[in-house]
Design a protein around this ligand. Structure first.
Ligand code: HEC
Length: 441
């Protein structure tokens, strides 16, 4: 018996260790984590206390610090640190470890956000006309967790659904191994700027965009700024007329390319993006033509989630030409430097609290990514909360048959375990990350 057990142990270990060995134990050369000095990772109890006491300024300051850390420049001065992280394609690639050897090469792999076109080749009808360049990134701890547990394989998810650990909250559900507390995921959004013409960039001003039942995608926003690719140090009051979506926007605020984290596209990256017809559509909307070598893409928004607390810390940032005004500018410390000070931020540590002034559950959304969601009865995407939607993420047998529109409509507040189909029995909960069911193969 003893002998048999040791043989079983040996065999199990060889299988497990074999698959573990395939994942590099150290991040590749050229990869960088958030350096010390940015309150990351913070003490879990401290953050939980910010949550229960609804200490919004403390919650926000922590997120600003993390943002300051991830936007520090790499030692070679070439990139903000987060750009060395792993793209979704690398995280969920089937087959040998993409990063096992050699120094890391930054290849930007733009996609259409799955949440805007979840059925291949088909846009959500409500968001028709919108298209964006996006890239989901994972830091090394998040990447390693997906690779080690083979969460990129649907057979693995099926096995966990059958035999994984029971979920402690949702009856009849199981759960994937929880991500480690160092895991971070981002969802970045980029806007094209022509190399040779002043380009319009839509701006979200809540007061001039009342909620629409069909959603408030960027194609409906009232104002744009004019971005000049060839000017820097533009005087603060400069204006310019600019053309966008078939009409002229006179007297638009003129800003230089130096107000952004801008990436000049090489021929290959431009070509790769244009091979995808959704991204070609995004370029057509922004520029009236395909992306070309020498054009820029500028970072206009990013989602940020860290596993510092069990339910993850959720935050989102978006570029604004008046970044020092209003509640989303509050609490920004001096550690956030340069172009990164041009971002507004909203954070949430809870899907309910603190309540909004109207007594309803807490809101945290990004105008670029969620505002476009239609009103399904509880309000449109402008009253959504990251955690409510992400808490619903799961894998179940007919996932692919459902085409993926499963994250809508918008729900608010505490989860409705009885009536919301997202919590039906027999599901494998994916630790809040929608990209697991969306990307596994
Ligand atoms: C109504 C649903 C919904 C809401 C609300 C929502 N998301 Fe997501 N999110 C998704 C879906 C679906 C994906 C995966 C597909 C994709 O990449 O578009 C995703 C992907 C992500 C990712 C990449 C990692 C992952 O989970 O796959 C991050 C990070 C993220 N969202 C953060 C946020 C933050 C921060 C907010 C709030 C400001 C937010 N999300 C609001 C549906 C939502």
């Amino acid at each position: 018996m003893q002998k048999l057990r040791s043989i079983v142990c040996f065999v199990t270990c060889s299988i497990l260790c074999g698959s573990l060995a395939a994942v590099a134990q150290q991040p590749p050369v050229g990869y960088f984590d958030i350096p010390p000095g940015f309150d990351y990772p913070a003490n879990k109890q401290t953050l939980e206390q910010y949550r229960t006491s609804a200490n919004v300024p403390a919650q926000r300051l922590h997120v600003w610090n993390v943002f300051a850390g991830m936007t520090q420049t790499t030692p070679d001065g070439k990139y903000p640190i987060f750009e060395t992280w792993f793209s979704e394609d690398e995280v969920f690639k089937v087959g040998p470890e993409p990063q096992a050897v050699g120094p890391r090469r930054i290849v930007r792999r733009f996609k259409q956000p799955a949440q805007l076109s979840v059925i291949p080749g088909e846009l959500l009808p409500q968001a028709a006309g919108t298209a964006l360049l996006s890239e989901v990134l994972y830091n090394y701890a998040g990447y390693k967790h997906v690779r080690t547990n083979r969460l990129y394989l649907t057979v693995e998810l099926d096995a966990l659904r059958a035999n994984g650990a029971p979920d402690s909250v949702v009856p009849g559900n199981r759960i994937i191994p929880a991500f480690p507390s160092e895991a971070i995921s981002l969802k970045t959004v980029w806007w094209p700027i022509a190399r040779d013409q002043v380009t319009a960039l839509p701006i979200w001003d809540p007061e001039s965009n009342p909620p629409r039942p069909a959603g408030n995608p960027f194609t409906t926003w009232a104002r744009v700024v004019a971005v000049d690719p060839n000017q820097t140090n533009v005087p603060p009051n400069a204006t310019r007329s600019v053309f966008f979506l078939g009409k002229q926007f006179p007297n638009s605020h003129l800003v230089g390319i130096d107000a952004f984290h801008a990436v000049k596209l090489d021929a290959q990256t431009a070509q790769n993006a244009m091979a995808n017809d959704r991204l070609a559509r995004a370029a057509e909307l922004a520029l009236g033509r395909p992306l070309q070598e020498g054009d820029y893409v500028v970072l206009v928004a990013s989602h940020l989630t860290t596993k510092e607390i069990d339910d993850w810390v959720w935050a989102t940032l978006w570029w604004h030409d008046r970044p020092d005004d209003g509640p989303f500018a509050a609490d920004r410390p001096a550690k956030v430097v340069g172009v990164w000070r041009n971002f507004l931020m909203s954070a949430t540590y809870d899907l309910d609290l603190p309540r909004e002034p109207d007594g309803k559950p807490h809101i945290a959304f990004n105008p670029w990514l969620e505002a476009g969601f239609p009103d399904g009865g509880s309000g449109n995407g402008t009253v959504s909360n990251c955690m409510n939607c992400h808490n619903r993420s799961a894998w179940w047998p007919d996932w692919q048959g459902q085409g993926g529109r499963v994250f809508l409509p918008i729900f608010r507040g505490k989860p409705d375990l009885q009536n919301d189909p997202a919590y039906a029995a027999g599901r494998l909960r994916t630790d809040f990350l929608w990209s697991v069911p969306f990307n596994s193969q």
